[in-house]
Design a protein around this ligand. Structure first.
Ligand code: UDP
Ligand code: MG
Length: 312
């Protein structure tokens, strides 16, 4: 297989119900584009029949299909990273397996790229997810915009297109916890965004619990910025200054008013607030240190059980 013009990278985790529909829509769409392409599926340690279904599909369309089978569940972003390492296309598009981003929109991204952009993000025109996902995403989007200088209107939308130099840059990173769209943004020379449709998840369910969404957002914040640490130092400086004034104030009162034992509960309130703040600070430090620890161990980021590829 020589270099195809397009690689589509799709992470798959327990998607047995939806895969056939995905094939039925994706392959004709790409065939109609009239360019050479390959589809790289990464099975992220699914515990259902997904791997078997991918194998069958590989048998059927081995001319354009490649399948990477992970040894276990390493997460969506690790799956995409592995997909990037194996993708050979001059351009790479990432897509979710659940059809929430319609594959028909791929041509829109490619058309935008033809205008000279090297990274195309996407914005969900009308998002069809539960209200708490919606609210949470909006808050996190705003917070991320303030602490990192990554400008993605819709960080959660994975339908994105990357030019080859960006893929090479991402492949040269060996980050353990990462968020691929943000990483690409830091390397992009000329990024752009397009509006895309968004559908409700028709089959299967979301693989992200509230907890894993929080983890993912921590990866995003700590992986792309040290501003949270700096905010904390600033808060520390401000509180130390205020405490210094407070000590002087108490000293003066002691001299002029005499001994006092009032205001015990005010004291408690202040102490609790400061303890809370300190614990938060330690936790925040821990988030960074934990990531340093994971990174310095140099363990393999993911394990590949097999690669289905007619050329290998
Ligand atoms: N996914 C994955 N590994 C995981 C979780 C998810 O490969 O540990 C894949 C999943 O199969 C899907 C995509 O990542 O193709 C997005 O997942 P999902 O639709 O559950 O996320 P949501 O749309 O709810 O954000
Ligand atoms: Mg989804």
């Amino acid at each position: 297989m020589n270099t195809p013009q397009l690689s589509v990278v799709i992470p798959v985790y327990n998607e047995e119900e939806g895969l056939q529909t995905l094939f039925d829509r994706l392959y004709p769409t790409l065939d109609n584009l009239g360019i050479s392409y390959e589809i790289v599926f990464i099975n992220d340690g699914s515990r259902d029949r997904s791997a078997a279904i991918l194998r069958e599909q590989f048998q059927r369309r081995h001319d354009v299909t490649r399948v990477i089978l992970f040894n276990g569940n390493f997460g969506q972003h690790m799956a995409i990273t592995a997909g990037f390492e194996h993708a050979r296309g001059a351009r790479v598009v990432t897509l979710d397996a659940d059809l929430q981003n319609p594959p028909e929109e791929i041509s829109k991204l490619l058309a935008k790229m033809d205008e000279g952009y090297d990274y195309i993000g996407s914005i969900r025109k009308q998002r069809n997810d539960s209200w708490w996902r919606h609210m949470g995403s909006r808050t996190m989007n705003r917070l991320r915009e303030r602490i990192t200088n990554i400008k993605m209107t819709d960080q959660g939308c994975m339908l994105r297109a990357y030019d080859r130099p960006l893929i090479d840059a991402i492949n040269s990173c060996k980050e353990v916890n990462t968020f691929v769209p943000a990483l690409a943004y830091t390397f992009a020379r000329n990024p752009a965004e397009v509006m895309v449709e968004h559908e409700e998840r028709a089959l299967g369910e979301s693989k992200y619990s509230l907890y894993s969404l929080i983890r993912l957002n921590f990866d995003l914040m700590t992986g792309f910025s040290v501003v949270p640490l700096q905010w904390f130092s600033m808060a520390g400086i401000a509180i130390s200054l205020m405490s210094a004034f407070f000590v002087v104030f108490l000293l003066v009162r002691r001299l002029f008013v005499g001994p006092e034992a009032e205001g015990l509960f005010t004291l408690f309130a202040i102490a609790f607030f400061l303890i809370g703040l300190t614990l938060f600070g330690i936790g925040l430090l821990g988030e960074y240190i934990g990531r340093i620890y994971l990174q310095v161990r140099h363990r393999p980021r993911y394990l590949i059980q097999a690669v289905l590829d007619k050329t290998e």
